[in-house]
Design a protein around this ligand. Sequence first.
Ligand code: 2NL
Length: 360
Amino acid sequence: MSELKSLEQEISAAIEAATDEPALEEVRISALGKKGKISELMKTLGKMSPEERKEMGPALNGLKDRVGDLLGARKEVLKDQALNARLQSETVDVTLPTRMGATFDGRVHPIAQVTDELTAIFADMGFAVAEGPDIEEDFYNFTALNFPPDHPARLEHDTFFLPVDAEGNQKVLRTHTSPVQIRTMMSQQPPIRVICPGRTYRCDSDQTHTPMFHQVEGLVIEEGIHMGHLKWTLEEFCKAFFEVDSVKMRFRASHFPFTEPSMEVDIGCQRVGNELRIGEGDDWLEILGCGMVHPNVLRNCNLDPDRYTGFAFGMGIDRIAMLKYGMPDLRAFFNGDKRWLDHYGFRPLDIPGLVGGLSS
Ligand code: 2NL
């Protein structure tokens, strides 16, 4: 009997000393498991005299029950302790500053930003984006666009020519994104509404010209399209892009081989100190060229000019980026100086959209 008492004390002490659930489980096995101390004692009951059994049976059962209760109670305590420790170590301090990293330190280049901005504006007017190769065939860059063979305009464009290939063909670096529109007209049926932003190349370099620059052209082909549609589209674009309620515009007669009539478009502006205000004022800024698609261009793309008309326009993305965001030198756009990008670049998660301000 006194042996049972000291066994109970020994087991109770072990239960109290267990500091986690695995340790407690070991104590349980050593007491109540198949070969545990209490279980072994239970097995001896069979060999006892009836008198001994009468005394030891209830005593052992009592011990087994009390040890079971102690184990259960200790298990609850240890569970609570483990949960509290987890809550302590896994707390989130929502007042900490956001973590900076590559995603946040990087900047979006103004060309990418402005391309996204104008894409959002034209997408809202139902335009799709079309793309094409930078290395073009003469046909798409010049011939289909109504440049006569050996016309000086092919040279005026300061074209980069590639070496003549085995078949005697000479490819060029596209001098404008118009070839993308030619490809669109040859592969799709009207109604067509596309913008074609992308890289273009001309052999020219000074403060406002780089050998590689960016252009966006727009093209609409549909029955009944006229200059009113052209004017409205460009006016809406200018207001949305420069984020002003109204914009003064001037259409001057001009000439391109691929449009008739052709126009250059100026917007009103005013210089106030160092700042350039767009939309009003007595100065003019040239921002784009446009016109009604020349019937020859439609014919070259197998479209019937008696059925379809269309308008087209083209502008320099780099140039309108400089106007909107005030960079003085185009060359700095492309020489990869990180200090310039830190200053003029855009935060990567400020994605341009028409809701909430284009360039917030
Ligand atoms: C400018 C002038 C212009 C076009 C581009 C075009 C394209 C096709 C047919 C007719 Cl496929 N026109 N594009 C038309 C007028 C002007 O760009 O000064 N760009 C910077």
